[in-house]
Structures are given as C-alpha cells and as structure tokens.
Ligand binder design. Structure first.
Ligand SMILES: *[C@@H]1O[C@H](CO)[C@@H](O)[C@H](O)[C@H]1NC(C)=O
Ligand SMILES: *[C@@H]1O[C@H](CO)[C@@H](O)[C@H](O)[C@H]1NC(C)=O
Ligand SMILES: *[C@@H]1O[C@H](CO)[C@@H](O)[C@H](O)[C@H]1NC(C)=O
Ligand SMILES: *[C@@H]1O[C@H](CO)[C@@H](O)[C@H](O)[C@H]1NC(C)=O
Ligand SMILES: *[C@@H]1O[C@H](CO)[C@@H](O)[C@H](O)[C@H]1NC(C)=O
Ligand SMILES: *[C@@H]1O[C@H](CO)[C@@H](O)[C@H](O)[C@H]1NC(C)=O
Ligand SMILES: *[C@@H]1O[C@H](CO)[C@@H](O)[C@H](O)[C@H]1NC(C)=O
Ligand SMILES: *[C@@H]1O[C@H](CO)[C@@H](O)[C@H](O)[C@H]1NC(C)=O
Ligand SMILES: *[C@@H]1O[C@H](CO)[C@@H](O)[C@H](O)[C@H]1NC(C)=O
Ligand SMILES: *[C@@H]1O[C@H](CO)[C@@H](O)[C@H](O)[C@H]1NC(C)=O
Ligand SMILES: *[C@@H]1O[C@H](CO)[C@@H](O)[C@H](O)[C@H]1NC(C)=O
Ligand SMILES: *[C@@H]1O[C@H](CO)[C@@H](O)[C@H](O)[C@H]1NC(C)=O
Length: 757
C-alpha cells in the first residue's frame, strides 16, 4: 500500500471512531474544549470560538484560526477545525505562539495569557503530518502515574490534548473488569489475588512478566477506586477529542485456571529478570483455545458497558520481555491470528495496538521470519498499529520493512524507569520521523511519546509533538529560544536565560553518542560497589558531555538571569530548572569523587585513613544534593509517598501497604532487589535517607577492610546493601522527616554553584 493510501485509511478510521464516540460525546460537540478554556484560562472563558467544520482540503487533522471580535472592539479568537483534537492544537498554537504561555508537567501557566489578547492578523492554517499522535508506555502508568489523583490526570490530559495528542493509552482500572471475568469462569478471589500485582507494579502483571504482589495482596479498594478513576479519565479523554486505547484480554491468567480447566491449553511464560517462579513464569492461555475468545468477549463487553463505545483500538502485548512458548513461525502466526479473531468477535471493528519493544529487546528471537509470521496472522494492513517504541535510538521499522505494510507509530522512548539525567537527541527526534514518514513504502501513521516515566528533559518531548504538526524539520536554535521565552514568562527575560538553554540544546540535547541514547542514570543512585558503576551502556551511566563546558556555564547563566530579573524567581519552572541543572552538576561531580575513592582504595599506598578521607567529599556532596532537592516541591520523595498513602483515606494498614509499594518500586524493585535501583530517583529525602546510608556503609566497609587487612568481598557488600534496602522499604515516612520543602532554592543553588564549579 502506498504511503498516501495508508495515511488515508488511518484518517478514515479516525473518522469512523469519531462517529462511534457520538454516544458519549457528539462529533461536533466541542464543549470539552470550552471546559478546558474555563479550567485553565478562566479570565478568557468567552474569548474563544471553536467550530468543527469538514471543509479543509487535507485529509489530516487541520485547523485554521483567525481574529474575530466580540463587537466591543476586544479581540476574540475563532478556531475552525476538522476534529476536536485539531481545535485543541489550534488553541495551543494560539496560546503558545501568540499568547506566549504554556502548560507544563510542573503546572499550567495558561492563566497568564494577557488580559488583552494579541491579534493573529493573517489567518493561520496548520495540519498534522500524521493521523495519530500517540502517548504513553504501559509502564508510565506505574513509574509516573501509579498514585495519580484525577487532578493530576486532568493536568496531564490537558497537556496532551493541547499538544494535539489524539491516541492515549488508558490502562487505569483494568483489574476491575479482569477480576469480574475471572470470577465468571469460576476462579475464587484467593486464586485471583495470587495473580494480581501491587499498585506500583501493575504494568508488568498486565504484560505477563510478573504475577502476585509482595508485601500483601492487591486490596479490593484499590481495584474499585482505580475503576472509578478510569471512568473519569476516559470521559475526559473523549471530550478532549482523544481516542483512548483500551485494554483487552491478553491471555495471562491465574495459575489455578489450569486445575479448573485441565484440558485448556495453558503454558508458562518465561522467567522475568531473576524473579522466582512464584512471581513470574505467568500462565498463558493460548489464544487458539476456545476459552480465550470467551474471556475476550466478556472483558470487552464489560468495558463497553462501563465506558461506552468510545474506542475500537485495543492494547495487547503477549511477548513483551516474555518468550513465546515456541519459535515455530506457524505457531506464532496461529497465536496472533486466533488473538485477533477473538478481538474481532468481541468488537467487529477492533484494531490491535502493540508495543514493538520486543523486536528490539529480543531481536535474536524475533528474526524477520518470526516477526513476519506473527504479524501475518492479522489480516490486512489496517487492523493493527505497532508502536516502534524506541525509534530515536533503536528503530526497528527499517529492519522489519515498515512492518510489512502494517500501520505503525514512530515513538520516542527516551526515559527508562523515570530516571532524571539530562539527555536528548534533537536531530533524531525531528528529522528522523520525517525520514521515516517519507521513506518509500512507509506505512507509518503516527508519532508518539512512550517514555517509561516523566521526569525532566521536557523540551525533548515537546519538540516531538510539535514536529507532528510541521512538515519540515524543526530548527533547534529558534525552537529553544521560543520554548525558553514561554517557559519563563516574564516581561524582562534576560538573554542569559536563553543562552543557558542554547548551550544545553547544543550539547546535552544534541547527544551524538550512540551508546547513551536515553536519560543518563547517576551512579550515586546505584548500590555502591568498587566496580561496574561508571560507563554503563543500555541504561547508560556514561556522561557523554563535558560538564565543565555545558552544565557549568548553563547554571552560571541561569543564576545571572536570576540576578537580572527578580520576577524570574517567582516562576516555578525557572526554579525547577535552577534546581535541576544544579542537581546534574552535583551528580556528575560525584563520579570524580567516586573514582578518587576507588583509586585511593586500590592503590598500595592507601591506609584506612586515606580511604576515610577520600570518602568525605563524596558524602558531603550527597548531603549537599539532598539539601538542594529538599528546597523544591518537584523533587521530594515525600510527595511520592504522600500521594500513595493518601489513596488509603486514613486506613493505616492500607496506607502502609501503599507506602511499601511506593518505596520498593524506586529502590529494590522486587521483594529482594530483583531489578535493584532501576527506577531510582534524585529526590530530597531519598538521597539523604537512603543513598547516604548506603554510601556511608560502603565507605565504612572499605575503611574496615584496610584496618583488618581483609580482602574486599563484592558479594558481602551487595548483601549488606540489600538489607539496607529491605529495612528502608519497611519504614514509614514522617516520623522524623518533614512532608514539605525545606530551605530556599535560590540561596542553596548559589552556594552549591560556587562550591562545585
Ligand atoms: C461554523 O461554521 C459554519 C460553516 O462555515 C457556519 O455556518 C457557522 O456559523 C459557524 N459557527 C460558528 C459558531 O461560528
Ligand atoms: C478433558 O479431556 C478428557 C479427554 O478427552 C475428557 O475425558 C474430560 O472430560 C475433559 N475434561 C474436561 C473438564 O473437560
Ligand atoms: C508452570 O509453573 C508451575 C508453577 O511453577 C508449575 O507447577 C507447572 O508445572 C508449570 N507448567 C508448565 C506447563 O510448565
Ligand atoms: C520459567 O521460565 C524459564 C525460562 O525463562 C524456564 O526455564 C523455567 O522452567 C520456567 N519455570 C516454570 C516453573 O515454568
Ligand atoms: C492453531 O493451533 C491449534 C493447536 O495446535 C490447532 O488446533 C489450530 O487448528 C491451529 N489454528 C490454525 C489457524 O492454524
Ligand atoms: C499491505 O502492505 C504490503 C506492503 O506494502 C502490501 O504488499 C500488501 O499488499 C498490503 N496488503 C493489503 C491487504 O493491502
Ligand atoms: C537554524 O536557524 C539558525 C538561525 O536562524 C541557523 O543559523 C541555522 O543554520 C539553522 N539550522 C538548521 C539546521 O537549519
Ligand atoms: C540517532 O543519533 C545517533 C547519534 O548521533 C546515531 O548514531 C543514530 O544512528 C541515530 N539514530 C537514527 C535512527 O538515526
Ligand atoms: C569511563 O569513560 C571515561 C571517558 O571515556 C574514561 O575517561 C574513564 O576512564 C572510564 N572509566 C572507567 C572506570 O571505565
Ligand atoms: C572541570 O572542572 C573541575 C573543577 O574546576 C576540574 O577539577 C576538572 O579538572 C575539570 N575537568 C575537565 C575535564 O576539564
Ligand atoms: C601493588 O602491589 C602489587 C603486588 O605487590 C603490584 O603487583 C601492583 O603493581 C601494585 N600496584 C600499584 C598501583 O602500585
Ligand atoms: C574488622 O574486624 C572487626 C573486628 O573483628 C569486625 O567487627 C569488622 O566487621 C571487620 N570489618 C571488616 C570490613 O572486615
């Protein structure tokens, strides 16, 4: 199929979906956009007119905006569009390019839109370059949104809608319908509870990587509350013009299903990253078993009753970091064909969306022959959407011949586990999607963001969604400068603020190092050891830039900007960036101190005294870092824990369970450190309360071996670290720690900048 035909069919599906959506939101009902304006710009609630019209010449989402008048000489803005999503993008284009304000992960600043609205003058018409603008990784629901309230969702969904996202994943509350389906086939609540994973780990249970919950069973209250939350999320998504990608039945079932249906074809999935088989090797009901289609239909029926007929697109992953029972191409084709048939039997217009991560992560298994066989089980090219999950660094669409004609989405992954280190590849996320879209025979139909977590580096996500509305590659220099001027919305923005970001744009956000194309993890977050911490690839710890000529001058310029414009210090995003850049400076300096410690310890001339002395600056740096992070609300461990605990509404044992989940995810990740430190964070309270004790213990240990003349024992120290982790995970916050911020960012940043540059 040609690119154009494929794009057209994509558009056709969207139009079809819009009609179905009409049961809950009429296709020409733009009331969700008026509600958004009221919510975020109450001072301008009557200033915008949205008009859904289908007169645009493009098949792709298009808006036109122009000035209108309220009859009293005040500017009004008229936005005409082909879809609700296009109108939302039109509104975004107005508020950012004409109004100079934006909405961020750190909060909406759209209320700062000038009282007297700037005029547009010549009408502006823009079209998306792809039918789908996608958002979310299955695991974002845990690394970022595990403990979200609807207010948090509301901010994020407005962020998405305004940027033109029309295809978000919607996993919240899945377990409610799943449990009903399992009960229906005769499983007891205890048998079901053995299968479901904890609140901070549901994504991997949904993927079939893990089963069960360490630290206690998943409470019914959680399942019910999340289901209620999902209803709010879905209706908000729909009213903002987005088609939610809904869950479906994947095949992963409680172990006990095998005894209930001894003749059913149930196989064990593979073992996931060192978990014991009680927690992994999930039972998989093979899709060609007749029971599979029954469960599928039951689940989809229940979702339609709960949410309305709001979408025909279903997320369904069977082999994400999970090897198929057989590598025989005929088997793989059989599995996908039966799976798809079950979807279509439940929803005649079903489209199957899958994450393509496996084709990269398990490339040895997924040979072109096997991929082709698996995909060929799904008829036609439009019944499936594949997320090319890590396109900015490990694209698979070329190896897999544009997925042999199936629709696919170019996705920027960028972040592993909500890690916070600076990184970005501006050219790869602007020019590359265009190259993919226009490459011969391309069946690319969308662009999207699939970060595992949302932690900093926001510019590198913004630009991809902007690129989805620009037929030419976005120019970094001009992008950075307009991005900074709306991020720091002050009338007297000093050029030093823009210069700071130009340096970052040209260096940390223009990463050319192929072995570190993802957020860089700081080694201070890793369990201390004598080797193996620095220069890791995969989840990189390589600092690919020279801190002295990038982070250092950027920080100095931001500080200078703070002196030149006092109003900057009242901008939450400016404060965030000051703390974030200082954080990165300290994190990078830590490596030098660590290497000095290691060199001292391993040199023959060292003594317990020289080792202790080499450890001092390292520990001092961690204390300094903790002090810094505690000054800003966006860098607090307390907020993560408090978000978790507050979902227990005062039930003490439930709150303790949620807190354990929250703590375990960012530290041991597993009952006994199975993927230790994968989702580590630089948060005030975590650095001081966890990383400091680990490094203190490590240094004491090194000093002790020098005193005793004993050899370094890597296993012994690793076990000690595990015990510290288990103890920390079992603690309760707030006994001695404070819940809010401590200290003043501006003075702490200046002191640390002087100390560490
Ligand atoms: C919307 O556009 C249609 C067609 O151009 C026009 O007839 C109608 O008056 C417009 N509605 C508003 C509210 O401007
Ligand atoms: C399983 O299959 C065997 C042999 O075909 C049959 O005798 C038995 O009744 C079946 N059991 C169930 C529970 O269907
Ligand atoms: C699957 O794993 C369970 C529990 O570890 C085991 O009892 C069972 O025999 C396994 N089933 C297969 C088919 O390997
Ligand atoms: C778990 O999966 C691994 C392969 O990843 C396999 O070797 C092992 O036998 C499985 N265990 C069970 C109980 O199925
Ligand atoms: C799939 O495999 C099952 C079990 O081996 C078999 O019964 C079924 O006929 C196969 N279906 C197709 C379409 O190959
Ligand atoms: C799907 O796309 C492939 C590759 O472009 C093409 O060969 C095939 O004919 C298409 N299939 C259909 C049903 O359009
Ligand atoms: C981006 O714009 C700047 C300033 O206008 C220009 O110097 C630069 O060459 C442009 N970069 C690219 C890649 O076009
Ligand atoms: C992304 O950038 C890296 C580093 O410059 C480069 O090696 C890689 O090939 C690029 N990826 C793609 C898909 O172009
Ligand atoms: C890490 O890489 C840097 C830069 O290539 C190098 O200077 C340093 O020696 C490496 N450290 C280790 C422990 O490999
Ligand atoms: C960076 O600056 C620090 C502190 O001034 C200095 O110790 C270090 O040698 C510099 N590193 C490089 C690579 O220039
Ligand atoms: C330390 O001593 C050992 C054995 O005595 C020797 O092989 C090694 O080269 C020495 N290392 C240094 C850094 O002096
Ligand atoms: C050193 O020896 C003391 C006394 O026997 C012991 O308590 C301590 O654990 C030892 N430390 C190390 C690091 O071996």
């Amino acid at each position: 199929m040609s690119l154009l035909a494929s794009l057209k069919s994509g558009t056709f599906f969207l139009a079809a979906i819009a009609c179905i959506v009409s049961t809950s939101a009429h296709p020409d009902d733009v009331s969700g956009l008026y509600a958004l304006v009221k919510r975020r710009m109450p001072g301008h609630s009557n200033a915008f007119t949205f008009n859904l019209s289908t007169t645009a010449s493009s098949d792709l989402d298009t808006f036109t905006m122009r000035d209108a008048s309220d009859g009293e000489g005040d500017t009004q803005i008229y936005i005409e569009c082909t879809t609700i999503s296009a109108c939302a993008r039109g509104l975004y284009t107005y508020v950012t390019e004409f109004g100079g304000v934006d909405i961020w992960w750190t909060g909406s600043r759209l209320y700062q839109l000038p009282h007297k609205l700037p005029t547009i003058k010549d009408p502006v018409t823009r079209s998306a370059i792809v039918p789908y603008r996608y958002f979310f990784n299955t695991v974002t629901f845990d690394y970022t949104a595990a403990f979200y309230t609807f207010d948090d969702w509301s901010l994020l969904l407005d962020w998405l809608a305004l940027r033109g996202v029309n295809l978000p994943l919607a996993w919240v509350g899945y377990e409610y319908t799943l449990v009903e389906v399992f009960r229906e086939v005769g499983l007891t609540d205890a048998e079901i509870a053995d299968f479901l994973s904890g609140p901070a780990f549901q994504a991997w249970n949904r993927f079939g990587n893990i089963q069960g919950s360490w630290g206690g069973d998943l409470p019914t209250q959680w399942i019910n509350d999340q289901f209620a939350l999902q209803k709010q999320i879905i209706s908000r998504m729909v009213e903002l013009g987005m088609t939610p990608v809904l869950p479906s039945f994947t095949g992963f079932v409680p172990r006990a299903l095998h005894s209930l249906y001894p003749n059913a074809s149930i196989v064990n999935g593979s073992q996931w990253i060192g978990f014991p088989s009680t927690y992994t090797n999930d039972s998989f009901l093979e899709p060609f078993d007749p029971l599979f289609a029954i469960l599928q239909k039951s689940l989809i029926d229940k979702q339609i009753i709960a949410y309305g007929s709001v979408s025909h697109i279903y997320t369904l992953d069977q082999y994400n970091e999970n090897d198929p029972y057989s590598g025989d191409p005929a088997y793989l084709q059989n599995v996908s064909s039966a799976t798809f048939a079950s979807l279509r039997a439940a929803d005649p217009e079903a489209i199957w969306l899958m994450q393509g991560w496996l084709f990269f992560s398990d490339e040895t298994f997924w040979t072109t022959e096997r991929v082709q066989a698996y995909l060929s089980g799904i008829p036609g090219n439009n019944s499936m959407i594949i997320l090319d999950l890590y396109s900015e660094a490990q694209p698979q669409w070329e190896r897999l011949s544009s997925y042999y004609g199936k629709q696919w989405v170019w996705c920027e992954l960028h972040d592993f586990g909500g890690n916070m280190g600076f990184e970005g590849n501006f050219v790869n996320v602007t020019a590359e999607p265009l190259r993919a879209l226009t490459s011969p025979g391309s069946s690319m139909v969308g662009m999207g963001l699939t970060p595992e977590g949302l932690e900093g580096n926001e510019i590198i996500y913004d630009v991809l969604l902007d690129q989805a509305w620009s037929p030419t590659a976005i120019n970094r220099t001009s992008y950075v400068s307009s991005w900074v001027s709306r991020r720091y919305y002050v009338s007297d923005l000093p050029s030093s603020a823009v210069n700071a970001w130009e340096i970052l744009g040209a260096t940390v956000y223009s990463n050319q190092d192929p072995s570190s194309q993802a957020t860089v993890k700081s080694i201070l977050e890793l369990a201390p050891a004598l080797s193996g911490l620095v220069n890791r690839t995969g989840i990189p710890t390589i600092v690919f830039y020279d801190t002295n000529t990038t982070v250092v001058p950027a920080l100095q310029m931001l500080i200078q900007a703070g002196y030149e414009s006092n109003s900057l210090l009242n901008i939450p995003e400016f404060k965030y960036d000051l703390v974030d850049v200082t954080r990165q400076l300290l994190a990078n300096r830590f490596i030098t101190f660590y290497e000095t410690l290691v060199a001292t310890y391993t040199s023959n001339a060292s003594s317990s005294a020289t080792v202790a002395a080499a450890g001092k600056p390292l520990l001092q740096l961690l204390h300094d870092l903790d002090e810094l992070l505690l000054t800003d609300d966006y860098f607090l461990l307390a907020n993560w824990i408090s978000a978790a605990r507050s979902l227990a509404y005062g039930n003490a044992s439930y709150a303790a369970f949620l807190e354990y989940n929250a703590r375990n995810q960012i530290t041991l990740w597993g009952p006994t450190g199975e993927i230790n430190d994968y989702a580590s964070k630089q948060w005030g309270g975590l650095v001081g309360g966890y990383y400091v004790p680990r490094w203190e213990t490590f240094i004491d240990y090194l000093v002790g071996t020098k005193e005793n003349g004993t050899a370094y024992n890597a296993t012994a120290i690793a076990n000690t670290m595990l015990v510290i982790g288990e103890q920390w995970d079992a603690q309760t916050w707030g006994q001695t720690e404070s819940w809010g911020t401590v200290g003043n960012s501006w003075s702490v940043v200046q002191a640390l900048a002087t100390k560490y540059t």
